[in-house]
Design a protein around this ligand. Structure first.
Ligand code: ZN
Length: 475
């Protein structure tokens, strides 16, 4: 029996609590394993809703898991709540206006992401309990999606070993089932060790680690011409050897962020980057050591789950935005370029920009071929471990680029709340389908197993690499 309306009603019953959670997390933007207050908010909500709670999941103090139900299949619903640095922004205004100079901001909408996932898990919990259904639902409160690869560490610790299917979503400008084409990536820190000397008095005695970093970047620039089109390498100087140009820099560190479309492609690119580092060390008579900071896998899709999610989205119809929502979205659109809006359409696979569209008023068909502009996500590692499906749900103006002040400005708007509640309904109803239809789950698992047989999963985190946990603040 498919009666998603009941589970949608459960979502509506709990939605006010979870909208409040989203807004509270918005107001305490925390980044990269510093999410102590945000995870406490999620834990308190899990307690309030009656979940069994595991704190410090995978040994990460800002990760939490809540579980409900007994026996049967285990459905994981994935949430996030981390923010981004330097994106502090007052909500509800269509101009850049930081709340705190240099402060953090929810530039990827993860305040909504986590709250909607917890809302979906709560609805599934109610439905399981009301009907005596043998199934378990788990809310995974995952920190540090932005650059911290927490889910990859959680996978490595076995947190998903008994899960049957994973469901998540991400705020977006359009409503669609997510295309699984994120990039695998790794962040590797290369530290060069040279020899200090007086840069004018005895330069012949010095060996510059900073020169080595520069030559490494030159080498990578030449490699770019000979990489696959979708591969990427970007860098940041972590230590340029100090501020004294009259000292030959004896130590310098560069972080290379290497991305490729899949794990085998990533591994081969990493070997080439390491050869360039060794070449730079040879040229400068320095010594190089490398250390993996984090790594994530590319996403793999799951057609049976994607089709099930699409059915639920089409049953729900588009997010019901109103004229007030559209008016604010149009104010935001005035701050965007025509390119921002065109890219947004290209990504979802729509042919031509419709400049009059302020907010998405449709559910995109499953087989639209969007193009370009993909990043990475640590959901990738979950998708290599269990069949995984994600929704993208419109929460902001068409064309809004993510990781910008415009995203933050819309993060507490009524339109964002509507998208969040919609996402919870899609996820809860998809979970219900998976639980009620063992044949669907079997198809999803068979496809997943076939993919892994062809390309086995190799964790992108080498042995010994631990999550870069930040100590709990004392005050
Ligand atoms: Zn995000």
């Amino acid at each position: 029996m498919q009666n998603s309306n009941v589970i949608w009603e459960k979502v509506d019953q709990h939605k006010e609590d979870l909208i409040t959670l989203s807004d509270r997390v918005f107001d305490m933007p925390e980044t990269l394993y510093n999410e102590y207050r945000s995870v406490a908010e999620h834990k308190a909500m899990l307690e309030q809703k009656g979940f069994r709670i595991t704190e410090d999941a995978a040994g990460i103090p800002t990760a939490v898991v809540g579980e409900a139900g007994d026996e049967g299949p285990v459905i994981a619903i994935l949430g996030e709540f981390d923010a981004l640095p330097y994106l502090s922004q007052e909500p509800g205004v269509a101009e850049p206006r930081p709340q705190e100079a240099g402060g953090n901001g929810h530039g990827c909408g993860h305040n909504l992401l986590g709250a909607a996932a917890l809302l979906a898990a709560t609805a599934v919990k109610d439905w399981i309990e009301d009907n005596g259904i043998k199934a378990r639902v788990r809310y995974y409160g995952c920190p540090a999606e932005e650059g911290g690869a927490a889910k990859a560490f959680m996978v490595r610790e076995g947190l998903f070993d008994d899960v049957d299917a994973a469901i998540s979503w991400h705020p977006a400008t359009f409503t669609a089932v997510n295309r699984a084409n994120s990039l695998a990536n790794t962040r590797i820190d290369f530290t060069f060790h040279g020899k200090a000397a007086h840069a004018a008095g005895a330069p012949e005695l010095g060996r510059s680690a900073l020169d080595a970093v520069e030559l490494m970047n030159v080498g990578i620039n030449y490699m770019r011409e000979h990489m696959p089109d979708d591969a990427r390498v970007h860098y940041a100087y972590l230590d340029a050897g100090g501020v004294a140009p009259n000292v030959v820099q004896h130590r310098a560190t560069v972080r290379q962020l290497v991305r490729a479309s899949d794990l085998p492609g990533l591994r081969s690119l990493i070997e080439r980057v390491k050869k360039i580092a060794e070449g730079a060390a040879l040229m400068t008579e320095t010594r190089v050591e490398s250390r993996v900071f984090t790594g994530v896998s590319n996403l793999i899709g799951n057609r049976p789950l994607e089709e099930a999610m699409q059915v639920e989205m089409e049953r729900l119809g588009p997010v019901a935005f109103d004229e007030t929502d559209a008016a604010f979205a149009r104010e935001i659109q005035k701050t965007l370029t025509a390119d921002d809006i065109a890219v947004s359409f290209r990504r979802v696979g729509m042919p031509a920009p419709d400049e009059s569209l302020a907010l998405c008023d449709f559910v995109a068909p499953l087989d639209l071929k969007g193009e370009g502009g993909e990043g990475s996500t640590d959901v990738g590692d979950v998708s290599w471990t269990v069949p995984t499906v994600q929704a993208r749900v419109a929460t902001c103006a068409v064309g809004t680029p993510f990781h910008t002040w415009q995203t933050v400005a819309q993060g507490k708007a009524p339109a964002a709340h509507k998208g969040m509640v919609y996402a919870a309904k899609v996820m809860a109803a998809t979970a219900q389908r998976v639980i009620e239809d063992p044949a669907l789950l079997a198809r999803a698992k068979d496809l997943h197993a076939a993919h892994l047989k062809k390309t086995p999963y190799v964790c992108p985190l080498p042995d010994g690499v631990e999550p870069p946990i930040v100590p709990r603040p004392t005050s």
